[in-house]
Design a protein. Structure first.
Length: 148
């Protein structure tokens, strides 16, 4: 009988630990859709990097909401996954338009806008992300950037 009790207790203990071991708890904050548009010198511009710098540090594991504009100058923000949006909160919006084409361009490339819009201490604007759906996303006001 003691062997059966030990076996039953071992199985129950193992089963009680199973959900905890399989549970995916990566600490991600829930994200909400964020959409916007950028113009440079009055024209929609592709490959402009838009950054949402948290006004207060949320626990996003050092990953900050960002986006890259398409040929229409439009963008959808990503934090953890492609176009998943941004967590609730207030953000300082900055932008950079890196030089280069194709695979040679990245956020560390020289800025065609000469750093005028990339300082989080002097943001283009402050924007608050609220609960939203993809069909009615948080809309960042138009970012009108100038090369001169």
């Amino acid at each position: 009988m003691p062997r059966i009790c030990t076996l039953v207790l071992t199985v129950l203990l193992a089963l009680s630990l199973l959900p905890a071991g399989c549970k995916k708890d990566d600490g991600r904050l829930k994200s909400y859709p964020v959409h916007g548009k950028v113009t440079v010198d009055g024209a929609p511009t592709k490959r402009v990097y838009v950054f949402l710098n948290p006004a207060q540090q949320p626990s996003t594991h050092g990953i900050y909401p960002n986006a890259i504009t398409d040929e229409k100058g439009e963008y959808w923000v990503s934090t953890y996954d492609s176009e998943d949006g941004a967590p609730l909160g207030e953000y300082k919006v900055t932008a950079k338009w890196p030089k280069g084409e194709g695979l040679n361009v990245n956020s560390d490339s020289p800025d065609r806008l000469k750093g005028r819009y990339s300082d989080a201490n002097k943001p283009l604007l402050t924007f608050t992300v609220k609960e939203a759906k993809r069909s009615q996303p948080n809309e960042v006001p138009l970012l009108e950037l100038m090369t001169k």
